[in-house]
Ligand binder design. Structure first.
Ligand SMILES: NC(=O)c1ccc[n+]([C@@H]2O[C@H](COP(=O)([O-])OP(=O)(O)OC[C@H]3O[C@@H](n4cnc5c(N)ncnc54)[C@H](OP(=O)(O)O)[C@@H]3O)[C@@H](O)[C@H]2O)c1
Length: 281
């Protein structure tokens, strides 16, 4: 029997745009009251208004996931406003394009602070409430790149692998507690992600964008639907492309051939970038 989500509140980080925003709307559509968080207040409030306009319940709280106090406040707001917290979707994150050996310690730590520790910051205060209730669901937005170390995105991939491993381990640790843990692995998705990565990248070669035509990117609503499906029927991992999953698992078995293929791809994209052929997104 699928779990009914009606009236079960969720906190979503990075809910002002992209996957987080689509997930907020989809969860609200399934009857879940939603607390939306992110640093920019305006897009959060706009999404909350959109949810309320169609009869849903939502609250927006601006803040940074690297701030434990803010994450605790988001969980507290959910309990106070909606009576409990059933789920968390730790989704806030960003990517940076930079050779691993050229990245400063400060930038390396910063991406871990947001993507990895920002995830823990919001899961940790929610978990005791869920355990006391004997039910709950923690979802972590990792990436397909948790399985494939993409050159120049080594730091980003490392944060995504770290999120993946910790959530899979937590899932087993919490077995029998009534709290599920799932890692979510989107493939390329049409969001602000690529613009943000471009903006934050010191050299801005745009390797991830060059040649990545828009038509190969999935809409964020696809990830949102998969998240709602997983909330209804919990499982350890959510993939939005089984073909990508198979390809990445297969690539892991042949690291030498994979590295050669990735090296060739990067070189081709770098040359295209130098010629100014920037892809659609
Ligand atoms: N797009 C893809 O192809 C893709 C593929 C696989 C996985 N993902 C993952 O999906 C997640 C969502 O990304 P997206 O694609 O939807 O891109 P996005 O539109 O840029 O969304 C990222 C969200 O995270 C928020 N955020 C970033 N840093 C934050 C911080 N320190 N504190 C609080 N919120 C923060 C941003 O809002 P503010 O700037 O307002 O804080 C933004 O709303 C990320 O974890 C990303 O790694 C994306």
């Amino acid at each position: 029997m699928p779990i009914s989500l009606a009236g079960k509140p969720i906190v979503i980080t990075g809910a002002g745009s992209g996957i987080g925003r689509a997930a907020a709307l989809a969860c609200a559509g399934a009857g879940m009251p939603v607390v939306l968080t992110g640093r920019r207040r305006e897009p959060l409030e706009a999404a909350a208004r959109e949810i309320e306009a169609v009869g849903g319940r939502a609250a927006a709280l601006a803040g940074d996931v690297t701030d434990r106090v803010h994450c605790g406040a988001a969980v507290a707001l959910c309990v106070e406003r909606f009576g409990s917290i059933y789920a968390v979707f730790a989704n806030a994150g960003y990517g940076v394009e930079c050779a691993a050996h050229e990245m400063s310690d400060a930038d390396m730590r910063a991406i871990f602070e947001t993507n990895f520790f920002g995830t823990l910051n919001v899961l940790r205060p929610a978990l005791p409430v869920m355990r006391a209730a004997g039910r709950g669901h923690l979802l972590v937005c990792s990436s397909c790149l948790a399985l494939l170390p993409l050159p120049y995105y080594g730091a980003y991939c490392a944060t995504k692998a770290a999120q993946h491993h910790v959530s899979r381990a937590m899932g087993v640790e919490l077995r029998g507690s009534g709290v599920w843990v799932s890692s979510v692995h989107p493939v390329g998705t049409r969001t602000e992600f690529f613009d943000t990565a471009d903006r934050r990248s010191p050299k801005r070669a745009g390797l991830m964008r060059v040649g990545a035509s828009d038509r190969f990117l999935q809409p964020p609503e696809r990830v949102a639907k998969a998240v709602v499906r997983c909330l209804r029927r919990p499982r350890p991992e959510v993939w939005t492309s089984h073909a990508a999953r198979l390809a990445f698992e297969f690539a892991a078995m042949f690291p030498g051939a994979t590295d050669a293929a990735l090296g060739w791809m990067v070189e081709r994209r770098r040359r295209a970038a130098e010629r100014g052929e920037r892809g659609g997104a």
